[in-house]
Design a protein around this ligand. Structure first.
Ligand SMILES: NC(=O)C1=CN([C@@H]2O[C@H](COP(=O)(O)OP(=O)(O)OC[C@H]3O[C@@H](n4cnc5c(N)ncnc54)[C@H](OP(=O)(O)O)[C@@H]3O)[C@@H](O)[C@H]2O)C=CC1
Ligand SMILES: O=C1OC[C@@H](O)[C@H](O)[C@H]1O
Length: 386
């Protein structure tokens, strides 16, 4: 077997998720049975060099180690874009800053993995996708759930016909952040200036869980949006505390199947169930959380199943997934990106760009229906000043 290919990462921003992503990159891929690629963090880019230095101190505390000494600390994002040692830049800024930062990185010819949601709106996402394709560089939104072994296994189970014809999906990813509005109204989750709110922050997961079943890539035409009915409750900071949307997706056999997604920042999703996939022969329950499911259960109805009884289900199978090496789960998307780098691919089949743009169009429509607008500068897709 040939030597593993190394992906050399540049980390842009030094907040919470940037640290979690790095933590996963530092775990030896062999612990999860991955022998074809390796990860190396070669540079940190921050708005201040002190913050970049602090980040290195936190994640590579051994000051005498080669890694600690070797990692470049850039005091501006522009310096990171110029760093020739970097293969791919991971962007972990707030939503409001995904578009401008990713645009500048792509413009500099860099491969980019940008946190979810890719942008604030679909026009911005389309602009990034167009630029990446023009430049021939890699781009993906970091919807890590799509790369998890549990997600891939679920696709297999569905394709096997285990629950028959799909009749409906409900999906929720919510986190109780009540109190944040009063305690810390500037926090990115509730601050409109940073494009906060449940839909953009947590909706990518509740949407993805139903889209993987009802609008899978390769079997969905992105020309037409599903029919959408949605509602929102807003916070006093004027972002959405909760959003629920029912989407009617046309299936390849012409049937219309409804999926309902909920994301909220004012409650927890209960652990037992975040996603319910109902089929003609049974159902699948995905256990919370929807961003990182560790198990799901498939139950098939018994032959004597009747609509008035609940006693006849049988054949329950639960699939469990660990997180080897102590990873959080981001490592799997990092592996996928590293393989794309190695193979010269500019797009990942697990994180398809057209699907990402489609999702952003659906979110635009949900926001339109509920009059959720962000400040003009962060909705802008004008690139003349970038
Ligand atoms: N995949 C996942 O599971 C998760 C994804 N996320 C996503 O990651 C992104 C960041 O979230 P999180 O890490 O929690 O956020 P943090 O606030 O902890 O970090 C954001 C970082 O972005 C940089 N930044 C650039 N401009 C600004 C600005 N105007 N205000 C604040 N920070 C700025 C800062 O880094 P610096 O000072 O170094 O420039 C800052 O540390 C979001 O898009 C979120 O949706 C978040 C959590 C989990
Ligand atoms: O996975 C996540 O969990 C917590 C959220 O605030 C975050 O943005 C999201 O990506």
């Amino acid at each position: 077997m040939s030597a593993p290919a190394t992906c050399r990462w540049g980390i842009l921003s030094t907040g919470w998720i940037a640290g979690m992503f790095v933590k996963d990159l530092l775990v030896d891929p062999e612990t999860r049975g991955v022998r074809d690629i390796k990860h190396e963090v070669v540079a940190i880019g921050s708005r201040s060099v002190e913050s970049a230095q602090q980040f290195v101190n936190q994640w590579w505390p051994d000051v005498d180690s080669n890694a600690h000494k070797r990692i470049k600390r850039h005091g501006s994002y522009a310096e990171l874009f110029r760093d020739q040692a970097v293969d791919c830049i991971y962007i972990g800024t707030p939503h409001s800053h995904h578009f401008d930062t990713a645009y500048a990185a792509l413009q500099a010819g860099k491969n980019v993995l940008v946190e979810k949601p890719m942008t604030v709106n679909a026009k911005q996402a389309e602009t990034l996708v167009r630029l990446a394709r023009e430049k021939g560089v890699f781009l993906a939104s970091a919807l890590w759930t799509r790369c998890l072994p549990s997600t891939l296994k679920l696709q297999e189970v569905l394709a096997s016909g285990a629950i028959g014809e799909i009749r409906g999906v409900t999906s929720e990813f919510s986190i109780d952040a009540t109190g944040l509005v009063n305690r810390d109204p500037g926090h990115r989750m509730v601050n409109p200036e940073l494009a906060g709110g449940a839909l953009l922050d947590l909706g990518p997961y509740s949407y993805t869980q139903l889209a993987l079943v009802l609008a899978p890539h390769g079997r969905t035409s992105y020309d037409k949006l599903p029919e959408i009915s949605s509602s929102m409750v807003k916070t006093s900071t004027r972002v959405d505390a909760s959003t629920t949307a029912t989407l009617h997706f046309e299936q390849s056999d012409g049937r219309i199947v409804a999926g309902t997604m909920t994301s909220a920042i004012d409650r927890h999703t209960p652990p037992e169930r975040c996603v319910l996939i109902s089929g003609s022969l049974g159902y699948i329950t995905i256990h919370s959380p929807a961003n990182n499911p560790r198990s799901f259960t498939v139950k098939r109805y018994g032959d004597s199943h009747r609509f008035w009884t609940h006693e006849t289900e049988h054949d329950a199978t639960t699939y469990n997934f660990g997180m080897p090496g102590g990873i959080f789960g981001f490592a799997y998307e990092a592996d996928e990106v590293a393989r794309c780098m190695r193979d010269g691919k500019t797009e990942s089949e697990l994180l398809p760009l057209d699907e990402t743009v489609y999702q952003m169009k659906i979110f635009d429509e949900i926001r339109r229906q509920n009059r959720l607008e962000y400040p003009a500068p962060i909705e802008s897709f004008d690139v003349s000043s970038l």
